[in-house]
Every structure is written in structure tokens, then in C-alpha cells.
Design a protein around this ligand. Structure first.
Ligand SMILES: C[S@@+](CC[C@H](N)C(=O)[O-])C[C@H]1O[C@@H](n2cnc3c(N)ncnc32)[C@H](O)[C@@H]1O
Length: 287
């Protein structure tokens, strides 16, 4: 996986649910860089389109970011999509994505696409969904307690037959050692030139791998001036076993675990860890 895909979150001292607000620079500018990297991730789109087709109905996208997955959900036949994210800057990018995409525009105009600022650990909505998606988000929470809150919130919003898809980096995609400051990518957009550097340090802990990730993005303008956008984030990567245990604690029954978006089985080399779960029968009985 490209290093750019580490796309990290929450710096020390920032609100847990707004990954960009506590940084030293304008969240809107960081959100633009975030989109430059994340929009390049397309290998999961067919998977989410297919999941939307298999689980017909409404989809709740917890930690939707700038709405990268929305087109895939609608292409799969989603009747309605609700995207929740803690970052107003990323939701502003999602609005721009909707405005630029005729199909998303129609969905929004028909109230079939809704965005809301919220904390996925405590979200409370009156509606229920056929599928809840938690893609690339668990690593940005503070650890097991927050993940349990987020998975419990996912469960509360599921229809009885619904699935939740928890998609995170697998063992083969994790950094095997610290990475020194180096260039991830360089890109020209219009008259501007972006150079992105990052570094990371890692620490094995009983609850999973902890990563301190810093990025430095230089944006050179046409007149030669350079804006430097530093950001730093702390990331957490639980093992598949730990994630499944948290899902069980949240009242979810794990149905399958995949190691890729092509549905390969999970092993030590898997780049992804994708857990698909349903509401546990015992929990459904309590409703
Ligand atoms: C790597 S992005 C993934 C975005 C999107 N799911 C995708 O796959 O493109 C992680 C997102 O989770 C959001 N996030 C992290 N913690 C959150 C929280 N506690 N509540 C709401 N959103 C959160 C971040 O703002 C960010 O947009």
C-alpha cells in the first residue's frame, strides 16, 4: 500500500471527532490534500458497490470523510445514504463532491443523500439502515474503548437483517518498522505543485499497533511562494482477533473476515482486514 494511504488522523490535544481542526494549519487546506490522496484509493469501490447491491436499502457511512464511497453505494442501488463525519472541513469537501456529480446531486435533491457532522462514538439517529460502513475509521479512534463505542453505535442503527462492514488495514499493510521522513508523492495541479512528505514511528502494544504519523505538505504557487502544511496524527491498528472481540462485545456476530476487497481470506500478508458482522441473535431478542 502506498504510504500516502496512511492518511492519518487526530493530533495530540485535538477533538477526537475532528481530525483536522487541531492542526497548525487551516483545516480546509488539509482537507484538500486529504482528498488528493484518498481519491486515489479506488480498489475498494467495486467491493462497496457489490455490498450495497447485496444489502438493498439505506446505508449509514460512519466516518464518511469527503464522501469517496457515495458513488459506489448509489451505483450498487442504495436507496438512501447518510454520511456522518466529525470534520466539517471534510464534509465541506463532500458537499463539493455532491455538487460536481449529477447522480449525487439528484440523490441529495431527493433527500436520499444526507450529510451530518457527528461523533461516530455517540451518534444517535431515529432511522435504521440495511448496511453500516465503518471504512478506514477504526484506526483513527483512540483505542478499544472508543472502538467499542463506535461499534455499539453502528449496531444501534442496524435493521434486524443489516450488516456492518468494518474495513481497516490488515497485518500485511502495517509498517514493519519506523519510516524516516521521505517524499510520498509530488503532483502538479493547475499552477500549483504539491510535495508531500511523511514520517512515522510505531509501537507494539497489547491492544494493537500504535503509530505516530506526521505529514508535511509543501504547496508551491505559480509565483514561487511556498505554503508549508504540517500535520500530525496518532493511529491505532487492532488485530483482526481484537477487532472481532470488540465487535462481539458490541453485540455483533462476525459473519466473515476478509483479507482484501476481492474477498481473499485474511492471513498474515493481507493488506486489508474487513470484518462483516450482523446484530447478534441475543441482542435482537432483547429489542
Ligand atoms: C481515513 S478517513 C476515511 C473516510 C471514508 N470512510 C473513506 O473510506 O474514504 C477517516 C474518517 O473518519 C473520521 N473520523 C475519525 N474519528 C471520528 C469520530 N470520532 N467521529 C466522526 N468521524 C470520525 C475522520 O474525520 C475521517 O474523515
Amino acid at each position: 500500500m502506498a504510504r500516502a494511504a496512511w492518511g492519518g488522523e487526530r493530533p495530540e490535544g485535538a477533538n477526537l471527532n475532528d481530525i483536522l481542526s487541531g492542526q497548525a494549519v487551516d483545516p480546509g487546506r488539509l482537507a484538500e490534500v486529504y482528498d488528493l490522496e484518498h481519491d486515489e484509493i479506488t480498489e475498494d469501490l467495486a467491493f462497496f458497490r457489490e455490498m450495497a447491491a447485496r444489502h438493498a436499502g439505506a446505508i449509514l457511512d460512519l466516518g464518511c470523510g469527503s464522501g469517496r464511497l457515495f458513488p459506489a453505494f448509489f451505483a450498487g442501488g442504495a436507496s438512501r445514504v447518510v454520511g456522518i463525519d466529525g470534520s466539517p472541513a471534510l464534509l465541506a469537501r463532500a458537499e463539493a463532491r455532491i455538487a460536481a456529480d449529477p447522480a449525487l446531486q439528484v440523490a441529495a435533491a431527493e433527500a436520499r443523500l444526507e450529510l451530518a457532522v457527528g461523533d461516530i462514538r455517540s451518534v444517535q439517529r431515529p432511522d435504521r439502515f440495511a448496511m453500516v460502513v465503518v471504512a478506514g475509521v477504526i484506526s483513527h479512534l483512540d483505542g478499544p474503548e472508543d472502538a467499542l463505542r463506535a461499534l455499539s453505535a453502528a449496531g444501534r442503527h442496524m435493521e434486524p437483517d443489516a450488516v456492518v462492514v468494518i474495513d481497516t488495514i490488515g497485518p500485511g499493510g502495517l509498517p514493519p518498522h519506523d519510516l524516516p521522513l521521505s517524499v510520498d508523492w509530488e503532483r502538479e495541479i493547475g499552477a500549483r505543485r504539491f510535495v508531500r512528505r511523511s514520517q512515522l514511528t510505531r509501537r507494539e502494544t497489547p491492544e494493537g499497533l500504535r503509530v505516530a504519523y506526521s505529514t508535511l505538505t509543501d504547496v508551491a504557487q505559480a509565483d514561487g511562494t511556498i505554503s508549508r502544511l504540517p500535520a500530525s496524527f496518532r493511529l491505532w491498528y487492532p488485530s483482526a482477533v481484537a477487532l472481532s472481540a470488540l465487535a462481539a462485545e458490541a453485540g455483533l456476530e462476525v459473519e466473515s473476515v476478509f483479507g482484501s476487497h476481492d474477498l481473499d481470506p485474511l492471513d498474515g500478508a493481507s493488506e486489508r482486514c474487513i470484518v462483516v458482522a450482523r446484530r447478534a441473535a441475543s441482542v435482537l431478542g432483547e429489542r
